[in-house]
Structure formats: structure tokens, C-alpha cells
Design a binder for this molecule. Structure first.
Ligand code: HEM
Length: 227
């Protein structure tokens, strides 16, 4: 085993993989949010944005494969680190100090699993379009705006997205803080500011994503033709 492979398989190496893949995934989440917020600019702008992405052709597939590889690296390292932590502490703490570890840090595995399940559902919903047959003709017509609006007019679907992005925010709150720790950007004087930054960024991401289904449910964003 050479030095690099050995390092990446160590706990520190796995944490580094989690941090780097996490930064890339956060980059996607922010980019996807900015793109989706175009829904507030109306059908033409939103559909042009979707058309632009499709026009990237081969490049889009390179980005998709890179993103999938990044997500897999993130999940595989998370599973391996969790196993290592459990093996090092088979009996568990007698007295878990609930004040030391924040709520979101102790629920990273479960929130991560729910987010992974949401991403699969989301791909079936808007990319492969098999979760809601009503959306198929809209997708075939490249009317992504109507697809999103009609999709979120169903309260149960809109509610499940709001819950999922809420959990994503919860996951990111601890994840962003952890990235700084792993990269060694921490000190007792900086930790408070980093925590504030993590909470502010994850809350903004939640409000941004949740604003889309909420605005559709409240009829602020209406289908084309304005029913
Ligand atoms: C209100 C929230 C969201 C809306 C309205 C939304 C909208 C969309 C739409 C319309 C597509 C399909 C684009 C197309 O095929 O033209 C898409 C794809 C995708 N979304 Fe979302 N999304 C939301 C939240 C999220 C979240 C929170 C994540 C990740 C955690 C995410 C990850 C993805 C991924 C990975 C794809 C596939 C990209 C591709 O295949 O090119 N989305 N989204």
C-alpha cells in the first residue's frame, strides 16, 4: 500500500474525504438553489435556465457522474467512520453528555440517510419523472416551470420537500462547522463565529429551498395561464 492510499484509509484521511466531498456537495446545493430561485422570475426565465443545463449535453453528464462519485465517497467514508467509532466504543458511554455534542451532530447518520432517500425520490419525481404521471407530458414538453408548480400543488408532496430540506439544514448546520474543524480552521476564539456562520448559512439554504413549495402552495407562484 503506498503512502497516499494508506493516508486516505486512516481516520484522518476519511475525515478529509468527508470534508472535501462535503464542500463540493454544498457547492452543488447552493448552485441548485440559485438556479431554482429563478422560478420567481417566471416560466420563461426558469425554462430557459433548464434548457441551458440540457444544452450542456456531454458536459452535464460529466458533472452528474462527478457529483454521484462525490456523493458515494461522502457516504462510504461516513459509514466507515461510524463503524470505526462504534468499534472503538463498543459499550457506549455510561453518561452521554447531551450538552457537549449538539443535537445535529448526534443525528448526522440518521439525517444523512433521510437526505439520501429524499434525493432518490427527488430524482424519480423531477429528473426521471416516474413518481407523478401527471408531470410526464410537461417534462416531455421541456416545461420544467409547470412541472415544478403542478408537482408542488399537491400539499403532501410540498410538505415532504419542506421536511426534507429542514433535515438538510439540520445536517448542514453541523457539517459546515465540521469542515472547519477537519481543515484545522478552529480556535476557542473562532469557534463561536464559525458556529454562527454554519447556522446562518444552513438557515438561508432552508429558507431558500422551502420558499419554493410554500409560494406555490400559497398561490404566489402560479401555473402558466395563472389558474
Ligand atoms: C424546492 C426544492 C427543489 C426544487 C424545486 C428542485 C428542482 C429540481 C428540478 C426541476 C430538477 C430537474 C431538472 C431537469 O431535469 O431539468 C432537479 C434535479 C436535481 N435536484 Fe433538485 N430541487 C429541489 C431541491 C433539491 C435538493 C435539496 C437537492 C439535494 C440535496 C436536490 C438535488 C437534485 C439533483 C441531484 C438533481 C439531478 C440533477 C441532474 O440530473 O442534472 N434538489 N431539481
Amino acid at each position: 500500500m503506498n503512502f497516499t492510499a494508506g493516508y486516505l484509509q486512516s481516520s484522518v484521511g476519511k475525515k478529509l474525504i468527508m470534508a472535501i466531498s462535503g464542500i463540493i456537495l454544498i457547492g452543488f446545493i447552493l448552485g441548485h438553489l440559485i438556479g431554482n430561485l429563478q422560478v420567481f422570475s417566471g416560466p420563461e426565465k426558469f425554462n430557459n435556465y433548464a434548457k441551458f443545463l440540457q444544452s450542456l449535453g456531454g458536459l452535464l453528464w460529466v458533472a452528474r457522474i462527478f457529483l454521484l462519485g462525490t456523493l458515494l465517497a461522502h457516504i462510504i467514508s461516513a459509514v466507515a467512520l461510524t463503524k470505526e467509532n462504534k468499534a472503538a466504543r463498543p459499550i457506549g458511554y455510561q453518561n452521554e453528555n447531551t450538552n457537549v455534542a449538539s443535537w445535529s451532530s448526534r443525528t448526522m447518520v440518521i439525517s444523512g440517510m433521510v437526505i439520501a432517500a429524499f434525493v432518490i425520490y427527488h430524482l424519480l419525481h423531477f429528473t426521471i419523472v416516474v413518481a407523478d404521471p401527471e408531470l410526464i407530458p410537461l417534462k416531455d414538453n421541456h416545461d420544467i416551470f409547470s412541472m415544478v408548480v403542478i408537482g408542488f400543488q399537491k400539499p403532501i408532496v410540498a410538505a415532504s420537500y419542506i421536511v426534507a430540506v429542514g433535515l438538510l439544514c439540520f445536517h448542514l448546520n453541523h457539517a459546515i462547522f465540521s469542515v472547519f474543524q477537519t481543515l484545522g480552521i478552529n480556535s476557542s476564539s473562532m469557534d463561536k463565529k464559525i458556529k454562527l456562520f454554519s447556522t446562518a448559512l444552513s438557515t438561508l439554504i432552508f429558507l431558500g429551498y422551502a420558499s419554493i413549495p410554500v409560494s406555490i402552495l400559497l398561490n404566489i407562484v402560479k401555473p402558466q395561464g395563472g389558474m
